[in-house]
Design a protein around this ligand. Structure first.
Ligand SMILES: [Zn+2]
Length: 178
């Protein structure tokens, strides 16, 4: 019993440290570990060398619906869903692993990772509670983060239909709508 709780404790600290290193907000740690606020605060300062930023977490789904963030969020969710099916892990460990793979993906493509780990964590919650979902693009067949009830027969993703302000859009992407 004692060994088990020690292991659990070690695992919790490990998770917390990993999340801090990935840049998670303190609220994520509070929600995903049983550690006290004071301990987490101490750990946060120790690991990151600074005080956690204050203020509210992003609670709106809007950010995920804007063009570039949506592509990043969708990339993350595809990895997340794959891991969720493939491996038996605790929910938060799936988020951590998926986020690490997302960072690798963006690095290999020389992209700035627009999705923070805190937003990635929120995104999974939004999908879990049905505020957001994944819909298949009718053009490319990829799965993208959308509001629920999007009709996939009509849905066209942001990669297939970039906004005009993305510039060079039609020429560069070779995408003609009509
Ligand atoms: Zn598409």
């Amino acid at each position: 019993m004692r060994t088990k709780s020690l292991l659990t404790e070690a695992k919790q600290i490990e998770r917390a440290v990993t999340l801090i290193n990935l840049g998670a907000r303190l609220q994520v740690l509070e929600s995903e570990t049983d550690m006290s606020y004071e301990r987490l605060l101490r750990l946060y300062k120790e690991v990151s060398g600074k005080s956690p930023s204050k203020g509210q977490l992003p609670f709106s789904t809007d950010w995920f619906m804007t063009w570039q963030p949506n592509i990043h969020a969708s990339l993350f969710m595809n990895i997340h869903e794959y891991l969720n099916k493939a491996a038996e892990m605790d929910e938060i460990d799936v988020v951590i692993k998926a986020y690490q793979l997302y960072l690798e993906q963006t690095a290999t493509q020389n992209l700035e990772p627009l999705l923070s780990v805190t937003r990635a964590w929120r995104l999974v919650k939004f999908v879990d509670n049905g505020m957001l979902t994944m819909t298949k693009c009718s053009k490319c067949g990829g799965h993208f983060v959308t509001h629920p009830h999007e009709i996939s027969r009509h849905f066209v993703c942001g990669m297939c239909n970039p906004p005009a302000r993305a510039g060079k859009g039609k020429a560069a992407g070779g995408i003609q709508m009509h």
